[in-house]
Ligand binder design. Structure first.
Ligand code: KIV
Length: 268
């Protein structure tokens, strides 16, 4: 039986019902297919694509073309999960018109169902304009990676009263503008809890504590693709780098030793 697509209406109801929302990043067809089949509710084609998959030092160089290309691959794999595409740096900051045009491209050319963009009060008007075009928006406040240079690095935001009030005001602006949900990234657990209680839209946390309505992680982080640094908020559920490395070494050894291919791998 065909599975039903996760919808914006459902996600909103899950907050009221207290059902936790699962979100993971996806950038390509094979991994997106596994996540979809595993029943993850939302696949986020994050602009973390830049550092995770394209080898950039951060998310800033990611282009609209990159996002559309990878969103298309993820959409092809998804039968059930909702697909959210990130608006890359400078695709929505210059003007409302550009924000609308680029959000439209992610829906029309990329095939996404929702767009996500970073910021609060500063982008309130752009969020409102995109929503008015019939495009659902997911907001993103707190440690917003497109602002790393103003933050002076990947630093937890909202520590202390004044900073917490700023993040709270940003979250309220996102809700006021009509976003259907919001990512809270890199903020103290207590602030994550407060925003979740105060807003009527679902909060999706990453480094924002357990009280958010849902959680998101970069899939490559939870699968253990790297053997170096992992942020505090990441839990590794597997060590895929180790498994892949061993398999590749075994292949190399067998080819070099004349053990692969054997008769069973040959055509008659
Ligand atoms: O780009 C991304 O992957 C994100 C999530 C980490 C929230 O924005």
């Amino acid at each position: 039986m065909e599975k039903e697509k996760v919808t914006v209406t459902q996600i909103r109801k899950w907050k009221e019902a207290g059902k936790k929302i699962t979100v993971l990043t996806a950038y390509d067809y094979p991994l997106a297919k596994i996540l979809d089949q595993a029943g993850i509710d939302i696949l986020l084609v994050g602009d973390s694509l830049g550092n995770v998959v394209l080898g950039h030092p951060n998310t800033l160089p990611v282009t609209m073309e990159d996002m559309i290309h990878h969103t298309q691959a993820v959409v092809r794999a998804c039968k059930q999960a909702m697909v959210v595409a990130d608006m890359p740096f400078m695709s929505y900051q210059v003007s409302r018109e550009e924000a609308i045009r680029n959000a439209g491209r992610l829906i029309k050319e990329g095939g996404a169902e929702v767009v996500k963009l970073e910021g609060g009060m500063a982008v309130e008007e752009s969020i409102r304009a995109i929503v008015q075009c019939g495009i659902p928006v997911m907001g993103h406040v707190g440690l917003t990676p497109q602002s790393i240079h103003s933050f002076g690095g990947h630093k937890v935001q909202g520590r202390g009263d004044e900073a917490a009030q700023r993040v709270l005001a940003d979250a309220r602006a996102v809700e006021r503008a009509g976003a259907f949900s919001i990512v809270l990234e890199g903020i103290p657990r207590s602030l994550g809890e407060r925003i979740t209680q105060e807003l009527s839209i679902p909060t999706i946390g990453i480094g924002a504590g357990p009280c958010c309505d849902g959680q998101v992680l970069v899939t490559y982080d939870l699968l253990g693709f790297y053997d170096d640094f992992a942020p505090r908020f990441v839990k590794r559920y597997a060590n895929l780098r180790g498994i892949i490395f061993e398999a590749i070494q075994a292949y190399k050894d067998e080819v070099e030793g004349g053990l692969f291919p054997t008769e069973t791998h040959c055509f008659k």
